[in-house]
Structures are given as structure tokens and as C-alpha cells.
Design a protein around this ligand. Structure first.
Ligand SMILES: *Cc1c(COP(=O)(O)O)cnc(C)c1O
Length: 499
């Protein structure tokens, strides 16, 4: 079957998967969506004995139909290798009655590695297939984790360059150091005076700037996006939900066909959308529990039918979820409009103009698969502490938000289905928040001393990603105002300063 992709804002457009991966964003500003959500063609009984790589192939081939078997398998082999510190790639940890799907065993110890370790390979393969001669320039706005994972994925990949923007005071110390120490002759990192949404809007505006695109074309460059709006990010993420279900079955934690719930710490809505796609593919998932921190735009949206970004932006201990515009939600909106590109466009223009939009009751009625909740900073810390005290398991703050919201849902509903919590970062990445949640006495300790303490209390070895930054040199010190991102990009690429 040859699956095409269309834009959420224009149903006329049709592209092959490889073209959609290359472009990132549709030319009309919409997001690429498959014209039909594929279903798994391998039975669970076979999936349960598969490795992660085999599962990834079974899932991804259904979406990326213009990649040959050889191409796709080669991308998968290059991505999911020893960069991960466990052969399972995405192991499940059973803690109390909950299953933590640990997505942080890759090079940068956050779940973004699950997709960003394969995206560069998908992209360079797609470039070859489409006879692209230009160098591909990846522009990425990051709330902390994407940036490093993208830098690690694209560093020194031939035919590509990457520029990452992060909010100057919006990422953890470890996150910042991970980015500013990144090596590679094709990488640039810039700190923005603004928050993540400013960085993301800036990148979107640069993508839509036709004049700049023309200037770059003359220089032999073209833009693409490594942000989670790229279907090359979304599709690999579907795989670990299939894998998790199959492993629960293999481990006899569930019976074949038994429904499970999934709780996902949510920011840009990419990860939970991947879980939704897995459900559409045939994985028996009951509720998709969308967990927010105090930036609870999504919680309010699911409760009221109005998405409203006009509110105070809160800096929390789960910075990768400090987001007021969840870009990937557009793909869900598109589905609940009944795939009405005109209507989706109108709603998204409302979001851009007034910062809000409301869906109809009919659209809201199609959101039954979702449950939403949020955790305050206090609840998040309490969740880290209580799970640690009861089980010895140490969660990072993002995972803790989801674990907390999962617990709230269990308490208020009669739903007894087993729950998989997407565990999105290693606690080492957020050692300060984690350790002060466990015991207030750690509040005054130095960052690096905390890492040692974390090792002691968790009994988990320090990951390579942390050992790497302990003595690495800072290589990137660029800063700019959020309004000056375009100029910076132009300076770096067109006038060839830097890089
Ligand atoms: C990016 C990120 C999230 C949010 O995921 P989305 O796909 O943007 O919803 C949650 N936790 C961590 C650690 C992340 O890096």
C-alpha cells in the first residue's frame, strides 16, 4: 500500500512519506497527517517475541511506505544500537502496581532520543530518494530535551546542519550544559531571551519566510524541522507503545486483548498522539491520560472545549512540559473535525490571532478516549517522594507529573485497568528537583554533589550522558532576542559567519 500524507490545513496536497519527512511542516503551515491511519499487519502473538528493532520495523513500515525494507531496516539498525544503555531499548519497570515505560536509555537520557536517534537517518535517506542536492538545515526550538537529542542525532551527519534555540532561563543546568558543550562542525546553539513558545514561534516564522527560503536556496540550503511536528518524529514513537503492550503480554502481566491505560507527561502533544496512533493501529489501549504540569492548557482544553493560551507562563520543575502551544494537538483537532482542513485552519488561525479557539460539542464528543489532569509543583514533588519512600524507585519530575495524574484518575474513577506511565527522562537530568523533592536538606547542595547523592539514594549508576558533561568545554555562547532569530539564522547561513 502506498500511504500519502496531506496537510491538516489543505486536503488537496498529497506527499509521499519521504517528502513529508524532508519538509517537516507543510507549505501552508499545517502538519502532515497520513491520509488514513494504518493498522498493524502483524498479530500481537508475533509481536510479543520481537526485539525493539523488529517491532519498530513492523510499525514504521506501515507509515513510511515509500521507504524500501532495506532502507528502513538500515535506519532502524543505525538508530537503536549501543547508544542505548540497554538491549531492550525501552524497558518496562514494574513499580508498585504501575508499569513505567522507560524511554530515557538513549544518548541524551530523555525520551526525545527514541525519535531523534532515527530522524537524521530517515532524513538523509529521504534526501537521497528525492534527489535533494541542497544541504538540509535543521532549525529546532527546544524546551530543553529536544535540542540536545537533535544535536546528538545530527552532529557531523553529512549533508546536514543544525541550529538549536533554547530559552535562556528556561532549561535545567544539566540541559544547558548538554547543549552548549555539543561538538560537531555542523552545529550551532543559541540562547533566546524569551520562553519556549517564543522560540517555537520564531522557528515557525522562519520556516514560513519565503524570502529567506529563496536566499538560502541560492546558497544551496533548505530548511527542515526536527521538532515533534515532523512525522519522522511521530512515527518512531508509535513503536514503543506497541512494544510495551507486547512485552506486558510476553511477561504475562496481561492477557491477549486486555485493555491498558497509558499516562503521558505532555507538552507538545507528540508523545501522547503517538499513543493514540498506536491505539488506532489496533493496540488495546483504553484511556489516554494526558498529564500536564501547572501550564495546564491541555487540561483546561479537555475540560471546557476551549484552548486558551492567554495565561501566565509558569516555569516548573518539568521544563520540557512548560508549553502553552501544543503544536501536535492540531493533528487531533484535524481528526475530530472529521478531517476538515478548512475548519482546522480556521481554528489554528484563531489560536495565532487571539490565542484561543473553541471546538463544537460534536468535536468534543470524539475526545472520549482522553482523560486529562494536572499536577501542581507540590504534588509533583510529593509524588517523587512517596514513590521513592514506598518502593525505592526514583522518578524524574516529568514522569512524576504523569504518575501523579494517573493516580488521581485511578482515585476518582472506577477504572481498574493496568496503567503504563511513559517515563520520559532520567532523574539524573533533573537532579536538583528530584533530590529536593526527596529531602529538603539537599536544597543548598551544589549541582554536581547532588548527582553523587542521587547515585547513592537511587542505586542507579550515573549515565554516560552525565559523566560526559562533568568535564566538557562550553563551545556555544550565542544569545539573541526572540525577535532577532531570523537575522541570526541569516547571518550564520547566508553571510557564512560561524558554523
Ligand atoms: C518533550 C518532553 C515531554 C513532552 O513530550 P511531548 O511529546 O512534547 O508532549 C515530556 N517529558 C520530557 C522529559 C520531555 O523531554
Amino acid at each position: 500500500m502506498d500511504l500519502r500524507y496531506k496537510s491538516t490545513r489543505n486536503s488537496e496536497l498529497r506527499m509521499r512519506a519521504s517528502e513529508a519527512v524532508l519538509k517537516g511542516l507543510a507549505p501552508d503551515g499545517g502538519l502532515f497527517v497520513p491520509e488514513k491511519l494504518p493498522v498493524l499487519d502483524v498479530p500481537m502473538d508475533a509481536l510479543k517475541d520481537m526485539t525493539y528493532q523488529e517491532t519498530a520495523y513492523a510499525v514504521m513500515k506501515q507509515f513510511l511506505t515509500d521507504f524500501t525494507e532495506e532502507e528502513l531496516k538500515s535506519c532502524i539498525e543505525k538508530a537503536y544500537d549501543e547508544k542505548f544503555d540497554t538491549e531492550e531499548i525501552a524497558p518496562l519497570a514494574k513499580v508498585g502496581g504501575t508499569y513505567f515505560l522507560e524511554l530515557f536509555h538513549g544518548a541524551t537520557i530523555a525520551f526525545k532520543d527514541m525519535a531523534l536517534s532515527i530522524l537524521p537517518h530517515l532524513m538523509t535517506t529521504a534526501a537521497k530518494k528525492n534527489h535533494v542536492e541542497n544541504e538540509i538545515v535543521i532549525l529546532t526550538a527546544t524546551s530543553g530535551d529536544t535540542g540536545k537529542a537533535a544535536l546528538a542525532g545530527f552532529a557531523d551527519v553529512e549533508g546536514t546542519r543544525i541550529i538549536v534555540f533554547y530559552p535562556k532561563n528556561g532549561v535545567s543546568r544539566v540541559q544547558e550544559l548538554q547543549m552548549t558543550t555539543q561538538k560537531g562542525s555542523n552545529v550551532e546553539v543559541a540562547a533566546i531571551h524569551g520562553n519556549f513558545d517564543d522560540a517555537q514561534s520564531g522557528v515557525k516564522a522562519i520556516f514560513e519566510d519565503q524570502e529567506l527560503a529563496k536566499k538560502l536556496e541560492e546558497k544551496g540550503y533548505q530548511f527542515s524541522s526536527a521538532n515533534s511536528i515532523n512525522i519522522g518524529r511521530l512515527v518512531p514513537q508509535v513503536a514503543y507503545y506497541v512494544y510495551a503492550y507486547a512485552k506486558l503480554l510476553a511477561n504475562e502481566e496481561i492477557t491477549d486483548g486486555e485493555e491498558i491505560n497509558v499516562a503521558v507527561p505532555t507538552g507538545n502533544f507528540g508523545n501522547i498522539l503517538a499513543a493514540y496512533y498506536a491505539k488506532q493501529m489496533g493496540v488495546p489501549i483504553g484511556k489516554l491520560i494526558c498529564a500536564s504540569n501547572e501550564n495546564k492548557v491541555l487540561y483546561d482544553f479537555f475540560g471546557t472545549g476551549t484552548y486558551d493560551r492567554n495565561r501566565r507562563f509558569v516555569l516548573t520543575s518539568s521544563p520540557s512540559m512548560d508549553i502553552l502551544v501544543s503544536s501536535n494537538l492540531e493533528r487531533l483537532i484535524y481528526l475530530i473535525t472529521g478531517e476538515d482542513a478548512g475548519k482546522t485552519k480556521e481554528l489554528m488561525e484563531g489560536l495565532k490571532g487571539n490565542g484561543s479557539y473553541s471546538i463544537t460539542d460534536e468535536m468534543a464528543s470524539k475526545l472520549q478516549d482522553f482523560e486529562a489532569g494536572f499536577a501542581t509543583e507540590e504534588e509533583t514533588a510529593a509524588s517523587i517522594r512517596s514513590v521513592y519512600e514506598e518502593t525505592g524507585y526514583v522518578m524524574d519530575p516529568h514522569t512524576a507529573v504523569a504518575a501523579c495524574v494517573c493516580g488521581q484518575y485511578r482515585d476518582r474513577s472506577a477504572d481498574t485497568r493496568k496503567c503504563v506511565v511513559a517515563s520520559t527522562a532520567s532523574p539524573y537530568k533533573f537532579a536538583r528537583s528530584v533530590m529536593t523533592a526527596i529531602d529538603g536538606k539537599y536544597g543548598t547542595e551544589e549541582d554536581f554533589a547532588l548527582l553523587e547523592e542521587l547515585k547513592r539514594v537511587s542505586g542507579v549508576d550515573m549515565p554516560q550522558a552525565i559523566r560526559d558533561i562533568l568535564d566538557a568545554k562550553v563551545l556555544h555562547t550565542l544569545e539573541c532576542d526572540a525577535g532577532k532569530m531570523r537575522e541570526l539564522v541569516e547571518r550564520l547561513l547566508v553571510s557564512d559567519q560561524g558554523m
